[in-house]
Design a protein around this ligand. Structure first.
Ligand code: CS2
Ligand code: MG
Length: 392
């Protein structure tokens, strides 16, 4: 292999000139991963055999004394994706074939609907229903709060602000827990029983608040309640679990199987949400999903617009070939992103076929990418009414 980065992109080029793209983006810490790749991984890639993917993964994971964490694991993930991509191109096979072939006809997806109030939310819900989606995540404003994470008063993709520092918002867990059950009951009434509804609480509740919310949501029959407590607090989730049958999803902030081993083995969750990009690539996400399959937990990877079309492709190829893969989040992208990353995967009426091109089936529109410049963007920081920071 040549250097991981002879050009501006994190592509790996083989000695026989095959190029493999990977994605290693960590939203709002992009430059740290770029440095990790450039300074610590690229020099060690030179001269390695690109078809020994597992060997490379083990080397970059176990060969470093300081392990894990989002930066390291995204960097390894980007390399891993690029190597699977190269293997696909070399063999002329889409990556899902190399992973054992398709186990399902399609990967189901869910879309986001948000609205500051119920009428605005239902308008977006109806748009998704008209487009054929069967699974919809619903988020809304909360009376008494000026902003709510993930809910925009305008059209938006990721709630990241381009400022020299993150914007700040006030969060009131009691107001939130009081408001959400009624809102979701109204959406359930609107859509009927057949549509799957999801909701994301973004890690901001205590165990007791979350348990109350889960119980209050039971009549609305959610597909899942996501990130209801801080992800690192397994005991908080156990408390929630003891008090409600609302299915629980968590894990977008996890980076290795060891981060979620306990939650999976003790069946404290129903869905594990690790993203291929942030959890060490296809090779390691496969390990996480395999552990989950032993314990009746389903895979449901993170897929907001800060997960790129390359990383989404990797997730879809893995999803096509993974038995316990329940659903893929797809938030969508601005048109410019579709143009910048021409891709073989498609999104149609609630399903995401990975496409049959060799490798991951994604390329770069380099001219377009060069014409845009990088700007750091930060998700907002949230504080409670007394000024202390929320768990997230
Ligand atoms: C969210 C994300 O998609 C989700 O489930 O939790 O929007 C998340 O907030 C962002 O990826 C953070 O960068
Ligand atoms: Mg989430």
């Amino acid at each position: 292999m040549h250097s991981a980065s002879d050009n501006d992109w994190s592509a790996i080029t083989t000695a026989d000139d095959l190029v493999g793209l990977g994605d290693a983006t960590v939203n709002d810490r992009e430059l740290s991963v770029a440095s990790y790749l450039r300074d610590h991984i690229a020099p060690l890639l030179i001269g390695r055999d690109p078809v020994r993917i597992e060997n490379a993964w083990q080397y970059f994971y176990r060969g470093a004394y300081w392990r894990r964490g989002p930066i390291t694991m995204a960097a390894i993930g980007g390399v891993d994706m690029a190597l699977w991509n190269i293997l696909g191109r070399r063999t002329g096979q889409p990556v899902y074939q190399l992973l054992g072939g398709r186990v399902r006809d399609h990967v189901t997806t869910y879309r986001h609907a948000f609205g500051w109030d119920l009428p605005a939310l239902l308008e977006q819900v109806d748009e998704h229903l008209d487009a054929g989606y069967t699974h919809i995540r619903v988020q809304s404003g909360v009376p008494g709060l000026d902003t709510v994470y993930g809910v925009s008063r305008q059209e938006a993709y990721e709630p990241a602000g381009r400022a020299p520092r993150p914007t700040e918002e006030t969060f009131d867990a009691d107001a939130y827990v009081r408001h959400v059950p009624g809102l979701i009951a109204a959406v359930r009434e609107h859509v009927g029983g057949d549509i799957a509804l999801l909701h994301d609480a973004h890690h901001r509740l205590t165990g007791v608040q979350a348990a109350r919310l889960g119980k209050a949501l039971e009549p609305s029959n959610l597909y899942w309640l996501e990130d209801v407590t801080p992800a690192e607090d397994a005991e908080a989730l156990r408390l929630v679990r003891q008090h409600t049958t609302t299915p629980l999803a968590i894990g977008e902030v996890f980076n290795t199987v060891w981060d979620c081993q306990r939650l999976i083995e003790e069946r404290l969750i129903d869905y594990i949400r690790c993203a291929v990009v942030h959890a060490g690539g296809i090779s390691h996400a496969r390990t996480i999903f395999a552990l989950a399959s032993v314990h009746g937990v389903q895979a449901a990877p993170h897929g907001p617009s800060d997960v790129s079309p390359i990383a989404l492709a990797a997730s879809l190829h893995l999803g096509a070939a993974t038995h316990n893969f329940a659903i893929q989040e797809y938030m969508g992208y601005p048109d410019l992103v579709h143009e910048a990353f021409p891709h073989a995967w498609t999104c149609d009426a609630g399903v995401l076929p990975p496409g049959d091109e060799p490798g991951l089936g994604v390329s770069l529109n380099e001219d377009l990418l060069r014409s845009e410049h990088y700007e750091t963007a930060y998700p907002p920081v949230a504080r409670r009414r007394d000024g202390t920071l929320t768990d997230w």
